[in-house]
Ligand binder design. Structure first.
Ligand code: KMH
Ligand code: ZN
Length: 308
């Protein structure tokens, strides 16, 4: 079995600052958390930015540029910038930072969908910032837009224009078929890094049957032309990615996907989640990939040509 690539999604746009004091929000917090995760064994760092004053997700390339160079100088990990951004951003805003930074890897979401964050409103009594509750509420009526043309544009601008490869975010079976469609059209190049995502309200649920079904389907559609990774939201994170790894997957952890390391126990850092998954996988004789090994398996060029 090949080595497990640990991706760490450091902050994201799903959670809000009132949910955890450990959610990194400022550029220095994001940099420190990313570096800590890499030192703990993450070889891919999936990154969003937040407004340094309020912690609200921001697409501003200037904010990204306050932490990207620091991370690059301090780690050899693959830097993966979101193109999904947040549900309040336009596609143009979502692409601004990746186009400026020209990274090795970017996320690419494989379909338009509902993306419900509003159930979290019921779990928190008070919010520190004015934007938090409306942000969660807005997800009730929002479509996370990723049309075929949007995907074509991202593949063209970042893939052809910058040589960027992609973490293909697939939340359901249809997204795998969409990726296969782009493979047929030769608009994407193997090896495909397929991130199967479970437990987002609007995508497929975190049920074992779904994990195995998506794996079987990806095997059928992509054969040996893909590298499978698993992420699961909230309380499903650790059990589900463990099941994935036992079945041959790489894994994604991070405070973007879950704020916890156990029932009622907030993760004090992203590194804590990286260490936890290592402590589960290594006794099972699953080896963890280094950044160099991740680059080799994903056919990445190395970080020398990035614009930061
Ligand atoms: N928050 C994840 C469920 C992206 O950044 O492109 C999805 C995500 C999207 O990571
Ligand atoms: Zn993300």
């Amino acid at each position: 079995m090949s080595k497990v690539i640990i991706s760490c999604a450091v902050t994201g746009a799903v959670h809000t600052p009132s949910m955890s004091p450990y959610l990194p929000c400022t550029p220095s917090e994001i940099a420190a958390e990313a570096i800590g995760a890499a030192e703990a064994g993450a070889s891919v760092l999936h990154l969003h930015a937040r407004d340094p004053e309020t912690g609200k997700p921001t697409p501003d390339p200037k904010v990204f540029m306050q932490f990207l160079p620091r991370i690059k100088q301090s780690t050899d990990a693959v830097i993966n910038i979101t193109t999904g951004g947040s549900h309040t951003m336009t596609i143009e805003e979502r692409l601004a930072a990746p186009l400026r930074a020209s990274p090795e890897l970017c996320s690419l979401n494989m379909g338009s969908m509902n993306f419900g964050l509003y159930p979290m409103l019921g779990k928190y009594k008070e919010f520190k910032y004015d934007w938090e509750a409306p942000h969660l509420e807005a997800s009730r009526d929002h479509i996370f837009r990723n049309t075929f043309r949007d995907i074509e544009n991202i593949l063209d601008k970042l893939g052809n224009g910058h040589g960027t490869k992609f973490e293909f975010e697939c939340y359901d079976t249809g997204h795998l078929y969409t990726l296969a469609h782009f493979l047929d059209r030769k608009l994407v190049t193997p090896p495909l890094f397929v991130q199967t995502i479970f437990g987002i309200l609007g995508g497929t649920g975190a049920d074992t049957e779904n994990l195995l079904h998506l794996k079987r389907l990806a095997d059928k559609l992509f054969g040996d032309q893909y590298l499978w990774s698993v992420m699961a939201a909230g309380r499903h994170q650790m059990p589900f990615i463990t099941m994935g790894a036992i079945n041959g997957a790489s894994v994604r952890v991070g405070l973007e996907d879950s704020l916890f390391v156990g029932k009622g126990r907030l993760a004090k850092s992203n590194a804590e989640q990286v260490r936890l998954i290592r402590s589960i996988l290594e006794p099972l004789s699953l080896e963890i990939a280094t950044p160099a090994e991740a680059r080799e398996v994903l056919a990445l060029k190395g970080g020398d040509n990035v614009a930061f």
